[in-house]
Design a protein around this ligand. Structure first.
Ligand SMILES: NC(=O)c1ccc[n+]([C@@H]2O[C@H](COP(=O)([O-])OP(=O)(O)OC[C@H]3O[C@@H](n4cnc5c(N)ncnc54)[C@H](OP(=O)(O)O)[C@@H]3O)[C@@H](O)[C@H]2O)c1
Length: 343
């Protein structure tokens, strides 16, 4: 076999269009691995908010239209170019991230070439669903909590908390003794978080939301805010948190500002409440981490998944012909879990 099925990104400048209008199923040659690279026979991959942003041209990387999308996944290393690490990976299951930032094809294909050092061996007996989603969200949840600890926070507030990141934050924070105040939009999202052992979950539309948040964040000493919405609610949350709070902005699920860099923070918070606002992007964070630390964390995450100490909600498994439709469903109700593309 010399060709493979893949999903290419199509340009569609209508920002309200469904994700399925932005991809196209194609047949193309299987790539070959160059120096420092490996060829992976993909087993599974997923679609995260970053993928939706990427295919609609609203991400921090330039979208390569006419190339394969997909930022992370899992598969078997079937070939390697020159280089010692690639050679040791041959025949191994790995979690991998793509090289789309360098113009390469991504994970939404039967085969992918990436850098050997963008692969993490799967050393625990975990299913493909977990291996396919091992990097983006778990590493983000762990890194956000590392930063909160560095900032000396006893507790954190997080929004869109029924997200995969939010659920992982709840699981990991509990193990580290950090209190979490989670905010969500709907009762069913609150119920899911309570099921996972979350202690404090507030619904943003409740009439006394602001009063509850103010009382709880002051009582628990919540001085860090994990914000992946960056909408009008984000500024309201800061108004209710203690002075000298740090907001870590790591996503922009709110789309009403209509521009990629938009947001709703008030300079008043920075001047009068000593609020600090910082960003977090896993892609830059991973570049600075030593390989041995990265692999140790990968092993820690895999073992926690294996012990059921971390949760992953999956809405369903799809083949490549049906994945675009699954993405549309995902975009309408993300809390139902990840759509997994299986090869
Ligand atoms: N900066 C980084 O490096 C990095 C890395 C990983 C993740 N992230 C960000 O982390 C966030 C969560 O990712 P994920 O994969 O965990 O998400 P996910 O599991 O797909 O879930 C997204 C959640 O956000 C909710 N949501 C969507 N739009 C919202 C809005 N405007 N206001 C409030 N809630 C909203 C969804 O609720 P519904 O069910 O109502 O749709 C759902 O609960 C995303 O913003 C993502 O980009 C950033």
């Amino acid at each position: 076999m010399t060709t493979m099925k893949a999903l290419h990104v199509l340009k569609n400048s209508d920002l309200t269009a469904a994700p399925s209008t932005r991809v196209e199923l194609v047949e193309k040659p299987i790539p070959t691995a160059g120096d420092g690279e490996v060829l992976i026979k993909m087993a599974a991959t997923t679609c995260n908010p970053s993928d939706l942003a990427y295919i609609s041209g609203q991400y921090g990387l330039t979208t390569n239209y006419g190339s394969v999308a997909g930022l992370e996944g899992t598969g078997l290393v079937v070939d390697a170019g020159a280089g010692p690490f690639g050679d040791t990976l041959k025949g191994m299951r790995v979690a991998c991230s793509s090289k789309i930032s360098s113009g390469y094809d991504g994970t939404w294909a039967e085969y992918m070439v990436t850098n050997a050092n963008q692969c993490m061996p799967i050393i625990a007996d975990i299913p493909d669903d977990m291996a396919a989603t091992l990097i983006v969200n778990p590493f983000t949840a762990f890194s956000l909590l590392d930063r909160a600890e560095e900032l000396g926070a006893k507790a954190v507030v997080q929004n869109a908390a029924a997200s995969q990141v939010g659920k992982l934050v709840v699981c990991v924070a509990k193990r580290r003794g950090i209190k979490v105040i989670s905010t969500v939009r709907r009762q069913e999202q609150k119920d899911r978080l309570l099921e996972l052992g979350a202690e404090h979950v507030l619904i943003t539309s409740d009439a006394d939301f602001n009063a509850q948040l103010k009382a709880l964040s002051h009582e628990l000493g919540a001085t860090v805010f994990f914000d992946c919405v960056a909408g009008p609610d984000s500024a309201a949350v800061l108004t209710n948190m203690p002075i000298s709070t740090t907001a870590i902005v790591f996503g922009r699920l709110n789309t009403d500002a209509g521009d990629v860099l938009g947001g709703h923070y008030s300079v008043g918070h920075m001047i009068f409440a000593d609020t600090r606002i910082e960003g977090f992007w896993l892609s830059s964070k991973l570049i600075g981490i030593k390989p041995e630390i990265l692999l140790a964390r990968s092993a820690e995450i895999q073992n926690l998944f294996k012990e059921d100490a971390l949760v992953l909600d999956v809405r369903g498994h799809y083949d490549i012909e049906n994945f675009a439709g699954a993405m549309d469903d995902y975009a309408l109700n993300m809390s139902k879990g990840k759509a997994i593309l299986k090869f």
